[in-house]
Design a protein around this ligand. Structure first.
Ligand SMILES: Cc1cc2nc3c(=O)[nH]c(=O)nc-3n(C[C@H](O)[C@H](O)[C@H](O)COP(=O)(O)O)c2cc1C
Length: 409
């Protein structure tokens, strides 16, 4: 896949995609992707949690051959990270869901299709066979089962049920920046759209021209509803009654791999095992749901110890090869990465996604060699020193320089 020269020149790490995406996207849209909930403590804590662990490298070992491939649910992947499910990616990049899927397939890593994606799940699986599907399920089991049947029929083997969204989060930064459902077009929003012509013509215009207004396609109910319409506002609020019993019903209905995403407590992963799930994703939703939720990395060791037979995966705040290696050393089998892949698709489409995956892959290979480890499977907690330094969570800044609260208005 040919990487555009500007991306190759300017994007040297996952962080760099954010800088370019911030320029390309209207501020409300960038703020929707970048932000977290309320005071952004959970979002900030995710990044800080990596400082708790430092590496203790070994030397004079043969690290000329580095193996970073992993096997999950019987499938092999070239690297121990994948693309987290993200709704609305088709708003930040043209055919964004397909860009993520193709870029990930090119890199040989798993990609999770979001239940809030604006592209039908069948189209994505056809373009990138092997993608996983994440569902937002409701308390209507009949509708849930119909969606699950559709997912199976489309050829998905792994179903992820997100469980940390009982109600919609308080993302007040979205409201401040003008990202609202229903959308309230005003002078400030119009100005943002007009002053971002590459997004206006390259993403919005092309989408409207080729596929019409963006619509939700993969929910248990309400498919076809236009994003940002007043009807869409009600689509995400019907999950509060979904409970373990409903999950047991899904387990009985779905013969494939079943994973729950958004767990942080040992008690819940034990319950997950009792309810027959195959894997869990330890996650605080990138700090976008309960603010001040614990950083996943800090609870990972207890969770791995409690359910060693489950496939334990993790996300929230991972940006570097060293971040990924820390989670693997603490027992995770796979790391999912969200926002950076969204930015990569926004600035470079599938090639941007493939470029970011290649950068992370190179970082992991180099970091493993410097750590003195040649196989990801042999990473263990002994390669880390727990410095005892717990995340220091500062309060969110408001104003010009904060990515946390977009500068729009
Ligand atoms: C723009 C955006 C949309 C998201 N949409 C979903 C979603 O539809 N389903 C879901 O389970 N998680 C969703 N997430 C959460 C991600 O799957 C993941 O947990 C989180 O982004 C990981 O943190 P990171 O962005 O710091 O890597 C979304 C995250 C972002 C940034």
């Amino acid at each position: 896949m040919k990487i555009p020269p500007r991306l190759a020149r300017e994007c040297l790490s996952a962080h760099d995609f954010e800088v370019l995406a911030r320029k390309r996207l209207p501020a409300p849209l960038f703020g929707f992707v970048a932000g977290g909930s309320e005071d952004q403590h959970a979002r900030a804590g995710n990044r800080q949690s990596f400082h708790r662990y430092a590496f203790v490298p070994r030397v004079l070992r043969d690290v000329s051959q580095i193996a970073q491939d992993v096997t999950l649910f019987g499938r092999s992947y070239r690297s121990p990270f994948g693309v987290a499910p993200m709704g609305g990616v088709a708003l930040t990049s043209y055919e964004g869901d397909l860009a993520l899927a193709s870029g990930a397939a090119h890199a040989g890593i798993p990609m999770v299709v979001s239940g809030a994606a604006l592209t039908p799940l069948e189209v994505i699986q056809a373009q990138a066979p092997g993608a996983w599907f994440q569902a937002y399920l409701s308390s209507d089991q009949q509708a849930n089962c119909a969606l699950v049947d559709r997912v199976g029929k489309a050829g998905y083997e792994t179903l992820i049920v997100t469980v940390d969204t009982a109600v919609s989060a308080n993302r007040e930064n979205n409201r401040r920046s003008g990202y609202t459902t229903p959308l309230r077009p005003d002078v400030a929003l119009t100005w943002q759209v007009l002053t971002h012509p590459r997004w206006l013509f390259g993403t919005l215009g092309k989408t409207l021209l080729n596929s019409g207004a963006p619509r939700y396609r993969n929910l248990p109910a309400g498919n076809g509803t236009r994003a940002f319409s007043s009807a869409a506002a009600g689509l995400f609020g019907r999950r509060a009654a979904f409970d373990w019993e409903d999950l047991a019903g899904i387990r009985r209905h779905w013969p494939g791999n079943l994973v729950i995403k958004g767990v942080l407590s040992v008690e819940d992963v034990v319950l997950a095992r009792e309810h027959g799930v195959d894997g869990v994703i330890v996650s605080n939703h990138g700090g976008r749901q309960l603010d001040s939720a614990v950083a996943p990395l800090t609870v990972l060791p207890d969770i791995v110890a409690a359910v060693p037979e489950l496939t334990v995966m993790i996300d929230s705040g991972f940006r570097r090869g060293t971040d990924v290696l820390k989670a693997l050393a603490l027992g995770a089998k796979l790391v999912l990465i969200g926002r950076p892949f969204n930015y990569a698709a926004a600035v470079g489409g599938a090639a941007g996604v493939a470029h970011l995956a290649a950068l992370l892959r190179d970082e992991i290979a180099r970091d493993m060699a410097l750590l003195g480890e040649s196989r990801v499977e042999s990473l263990h907690p002994g390669v880390l020193r727990d410095t005892g330094v717990w995340p220091q969570i500062g309060s969110a800044r408001r104003g010009k320089s904060a990515t946390l609260v977009p500068t729009y208005r």
